[in-house]
Unconditional design. Structure first.
Length: 547
């Protein structure tokens, strides 16, 4: 797992085949960063007192690799340096391990035509002097590229423009500084949530250390595929990872027996193996559905979350809840199944409609209402910046919400304690009834339903005399200020109170025929209770606009 800070004072190693431009690009990169540049081949020749060709001819490749390893070990002790290595250096197991542990490695990935163009006049390459150059390079690509794919970063260099490659490197180094890593530690597993812009472009290298076989299945809905599938596919291809795609329709109705069966059958028909990961690329529907499939096929496949909506980045992708809806209610069939990693690329949110962004924002606010008044206050101060997609605030919002959820689930992974993970369901019981009543048809999004559900709970608790009116007013004001519903009257369609109460009886938190509600004593002060009377709920719903 990559978890390095790319800094000016750390060694940067360029790897690739001869002709990839390591020396030319390395010099320009070093000049831009105002640090030294070193060509390891030149240092080897100075150390040995003869040319690399002479070392190969007189002592053989094994001795050359030994000398090369020692020279590189000495060079990377420098605190700030760019080093261009020979094409075979990263193939040497000891040298590769050394570089992976102590430096940032960047592979300059070129196709055979680009390499041939660049080395057409070279006569000092021992490996190229024994036959047809295209055939030799093609054989080297076949042998070396799967190993080069272990580099920390991969830069495609197919347009033959040095400045383009340099810009890509600098961009990737800057993105690396911005990436946030949040560990989620549970009793039997640990995984990282990676947060930052443009992570999808680096998904292949982020996933490579986790894969026991270089093949994955991607479950993605048709809308998300049109925006983001190609970026993920390109990244996987650069990292030598094979992939197959399972397309599903968008929308909450896809979380059903029908599409669960479709995903499962496709995996089995394509002879999925127990070590082949399933990647969920998309929102909460895709994550829940494909996670449940991964949990059940062959009794468990590795599962990877790449959420592309704010709602899924801050909520459904973290914590391991997977499942589908049934005609009886929402999320009534599922499993607790943790991912191996969550890659939350906040740049993907740029394609998100504002309404979807708002729905995700509701879950961030909800986290503050449960047990983190500082988070709620931060949302009051910065909500407009988050919803304007200002990168720093958006990244911090995702990190804060995920950190809150990780803290809650750490001690209650399977929702067994009344004061544990159950608290994350604030606003959900009433919110789910709204979704169920409307048949999950999109007239109300999940996050909108949660926002309205939270407002209803605060109103209920104030009417019961257990929550200050000023706290309820403050919550309603904030949700209203950003455009989220705060009352059933805000909806453009009528709802029947009696029908909503019937849906409540199918809530998965029902125990001994009573719903377990998450109630509040104020902002950041939640508790569970089964002592909510039906007449109080009916009065609440009628006063709020139900018929």
């Amino acid at each position: 797992m990559i978890n390095k800070d790319i800094k000016k004072n750390g060694p940067i190693i360029l790897i690739g085949l001869m002709g990839a431009g390591k020396t030319t690009i390395g010099k320009k990169l070093a000049q831009y960063l105002s640090i030294p540049f070193i060509d390891s081949d030149h240092e080897i020749e100075k150390t040995a007192g003869c040319t690399i060709t002479d070392i190969f001819e007189q002592y053989g490749e094994a001795e050359f690799r030994r000398v090369e390893h020692e020279v590189i070990r000495r060079l990377i002790k420098q605190s700030s340096v760019v080093i261009a290595t020979g094409g075979g250096a990263f193939m040497h197991a000891k040298t590769r391990q050394l570089l992976k542990e102590q430096a940032t490695t960047i592979w300059l990935h070129c196709n055979v035509d680009t390499l041939l163009e660049r080395i057409s006049h070279h006569t000092h390459r021992p490996l190229l002097n024994s036959g047809n150059k295209r055939e030799i390079l093609s054989d080297l690509i076949t042998t070396r590229y799967p190993v080069y794919a272990e580099a920390d970063y991969i830069i495609p260099c197919h347009d033959n423009k040095i400045e383009t490659t340099l810009t890509q490197i600098l961009s990737i180094l800057e993105q690396a500084k911005k990436m946030r890593t949040l560990p989620v530690t549970l009793s039997n597993t640990q995984y990282n949530v990676l947060i930052g812009p443009n992570l999808l472009q680096q998904a292949g290298i982020l996933l490579t250390p986790l894969l026991s076989q270089k093949k994955v299945f991607i479950v993605v809905d048709e809308n998300v595929a049109s925006f983001h599938l190609q970026t993920l596919a390109n990244s996987l291809t650069l990292s030598q990872i094979e992939y197959e795609t399972i397309l599903i329709p968008p929308g909450e109705n896809t979380k059903s027996f029908k599409y669960y069966e479709q995903v499962v059958n496709t995996l089995l028909e394509k002879n999925v193996e127990r070590q082949t990961p399933v990647i969920a690329l998309g929102g909460g529907v895709t994550g829940d559905l494909s996670g449940f499939a991964a949990a059940t096929v062959l009794r468990g496949l590795p599962f990877i979350q790449i959420p592309t909506t704010l709602l899924s980045q801050v909520d459904s992708s973290v914590g391991g809840k997977t499942g589908i809806n049934t005609p009886t209610g929402k999320n009534l069939l599922g499993a607790f199944y943790q991912p191996q990693i969550v890659i939350a690329d906040t740049h993907t949110l740029n394609t998100l409609p504002q309404r979807e962004l708002l729905a995700g924002y509701a879950e961030i606010v909800k986290a503050g209402l449960i047990d983190d008044i500082e988070l709620f206050e931060w949302c009051e101060n910065n909500g407009e910046k988050i919803l304007s997609k200002e990168s720093h605030y958006l990244d911090e919002a995702v990190e804060r919400a995920c950190a809150f959820k990780a803290r809650i689930i750490k001690n209650d992974e399977f929702e067994q304690h009344s004061k544990g993970r159950n608290l994350l369901n604030l606003g959900h019981s009433l919110g789910h009834t709204l979704e169920a009543e409307l048949g999950y048809d999109g007239r109300i999004l999940h996050g909108e339903a949660v926002a309205l559900g939270c407002c209803l709970i605060f109103k209920l608790c104030t009417s019961m005399g257990i929550c200050p009116q000023e706290d309820t007013d403050r919550v309603l004001h904030h949700f209203k200020s950003v455009g989220l519903p705060t009352s059933i009257r805000d909806l453009s369609f009528p709802l029947q109170a009696s029908s909503l109460l019937r849906h409540l009886q199918h809530d998965k938190k029902v125990k001994n025929t009573k719903v377990l509600f998450i109630l509040v004593n104020g902002i950041g002060k939640t508790f569970t209770s089964q002592d909510v009377r039906e007449e109080d709920l009916l009065k609440l719903l009628m006063n709020d606009g139900c018929i």
